[in-house]
Design a protein around this ligand. Structure first.
Ligand code: NAD
Length: 254
């Protein structure tokens, strides 16, 4: 199927993990894809997609820099045409400490990538979507944008902010046919979750042993489980979907 023919999609954090899977599925469905990441492996991801027949480019961008976000989106439009899909996926986990032991700098670092960058990319993509006459913005939050959990306060706060921001933007831009939805993944063993487990002093086997039974459908997820949800929200099949929260978590939060 090619549900995204003619669309131009930007995926932040597309060099690795969920973002790389999202970029691959969007490309497979016919979108031209631009990967924005500070990790240069984004170039390899783009080259692989191109080798598979897709149109894909990479821009080396720290998404917390307003200047870089704005100039790179303009350069994507120049090369690929008007942007009609934005996936705000770049994220970091931050340090695992309770609030009373957390430094302000650690708080600000997580908020900058997980929340402020979503604001910046959305702010600077809206004029391009407005010019195109439509758009779909998919914000990758987390089950921890909905649930509580101990000891990673900025991660929870930043992902809750993304959920609320998505609803605000959904209402603001609905009259311009720009849809905004959030996606809430459960646990998927990407580099982020490996780092999180090792910071908690857990081997992968121990982390899987603890996490697998918490997912009623059995075990943690695959990056593609999230990518297919993003494809749907990006596609015209979701033309009546905005302000929604798509939870993809094997039943963790049910
Ligand atoms: P990951 O660490 O594997 O990949 C994150 C990507 O974001 C990397 O390529 C990294 O370079 C990029 N990135 C980070 N900071 C950046 C910055 N300032 N500028 C540009 N790029 C930056 O993590 P992942 O597991 O693939 O996570 C992707 C998203 O999914 C994140 O927002 C994360 O919070 C969310 N999420 C992940 C899980 C999970 O279990 N893996 C669960 C819920 C939500």
């Amino acid at each position: 199927m090619a549900r995204l023919n003619g669309k131009v999609a930007v995926v932040t954090g597309g060099a690795n993990g969920l973002g790389a899977a999202i970029a691959a599925r969007l490309a497979e469905e016919g979108a031209a894809v631009a990967i924005l990441d500070r990790d240069e492996r984004g170039q390899d991801v783009a080259e692989k997609l191109t080798a598979n027949g897709a149109k894909a480019i990479f821009r080396s961008v720290d998404v917390t820099s307003e200047d870089r976000v704005s100039s790179s989106l303009a350069s994507v439009v120049e090369e690929l045409g008007s942007i009609t899909v934005l996936v705000n996926n770049a994220g970091i986990e931050g340090v695992n400490k309770p609030t009373d032991q957390l430094d302000l700098a650690d708080w600000e670092k997580v908020m900058a990538v997980n929340s402020t960058a979503v604001f910046l990319c959305t702010k600077h993509v809206i004029p391009h979507m407005r010019a195109a006459g439509h758009g779909s913005i998919v914000n990758i939050s987390s089950i921890y944008g909905i649930l509580g959990g101990a000891d990673i306060p900025p991660y929870h706060a930043s992902k809750g902010a993304v959920r609320a921001m998505s609803k605000n933007d959904a209402l603001t831009y609905a009259p311009e046919n720009i849809r905004v939805n959030s996606v809430h993944p459960g646990f998927i063993f990407t580099d982020m979750v490996h780092r999180y487990a090792s910071e908690a002093g857990l081997s992968e086997a121990d982390a899987r042993g603890a996490l697998d039974p918490a997912h009623p459908l059995g075990g943690t997820g695959d990056p593609d489980d999230i990518a297919w949800g993003v494809v749907y929200l990006a596609s015209d099949q979701a033309k009546w979907v905005t302000g929604s929260e798509l939870v993809i978590d094997g039943g963790y939060t049910a």
